[in-house]
Design a protein around this ligand. Structure first.
Ligand SMILES: N[C@@H](CCC(=O)N[C@@H](CS)C(=O)NCC(=O)O)C(=O)O
Length: 205
């Protein structure tokens, strides 16, 4: 079996979807967390000066979305048919747009006027992107209740992860999106994910 090392900061951030893919797939990996005080030295040793990176049998892969897709493909979580694979990737792209709008609240300018605009933009993004995701889910209606097609995919994991913080802070955030909600509930029942979540280190982001 390949040997995987996922390197990121001591946070969920851009590494968390990858950690969840490993967990759900039941594939062991080294979860390497770089301390802020060690970053300036470590940075110069990374290919792009940023994290996450994934090392697989001595080869290094950069870019979080590439890492997620690579892992999903490697573990058969990238969708069954060619069309399912496209649907999975569509959902990923929409979710990244929601995540980006959401992260601006914490990481964007903090003055009152900017925050008002950022929050308005986030609400619009949430509504627009979730409506689109629900549409995609109805195109490839899954009798089994997964996001796409007949089996669990990375889209389900991503739907769970992308909204974790949003739903924790605003429990009714997904009330207008029943397909997304029920898909998240289905994944929440996954045994491997439950074990992972029960042991996960608590971090602010
Ligand atoms: N497009 C890259 C962005 C990577 C990125 O910006 N990583 C941040 C952490 S989330 C980082 O390494 N920041 C530290 C730095 O740039 O020195 C990806 O998706 O992996």
């Amino acid at each position: 079996m390949a040997k995987y090392v996922l390197t990121y900061f001591d946070a969920r951030g851009r590494a968390e979807p990858a950690r969840m893919i490993f967990a759900v797939a039941g594939i062991p990996f080294e979860d390497r967390r770089i301390k802020q005080e060690d970053w300036s030295v470590f940075k110069s040793q990374t290919p792009a000066g940023s994290l996450p990176i994934l090392e697989k049998d001595g080869q290094t892969i950069t870019q979080s979305l590439v890492i997620y897709r690579h892992l999903a493909r490697s573990f058969g979580l990238d969708g069954e048919t060619i069309l399912d694979k496209a649907r999975v990737e569509e959902i990923l792209e929409y979710l990244i747009e929601v995540k980006t709008a959401w992260s601006e609240i914490a990481f964007g300018p903090q003055d009152e006027e900017s925050q008002e605009k950022i929050k308005e933009n986030y609400k619009l993004a949430l509504d627009k992107k979730c409506t689109q995701i629900e549409r995609i889910m109805s195109y490839s209606e899954s009798p089994e209740g997964w996001a796409v097609g007949k089996r669990m995919s990375f889209a389900d994991i991503m739907l769970f992860e992308a909204f974790e913080e949003i739903v924790a802070q605003s429990p009714s955030a997904l009330d207008n999106f029943p397909k997304i909600k029920s898909c998240r509930q289905k994944l929440e029942a996954n045994k491997n994910l439950k074990i992972y979540l029960s042991k996960r280190k608590h971090t602010r982001f």
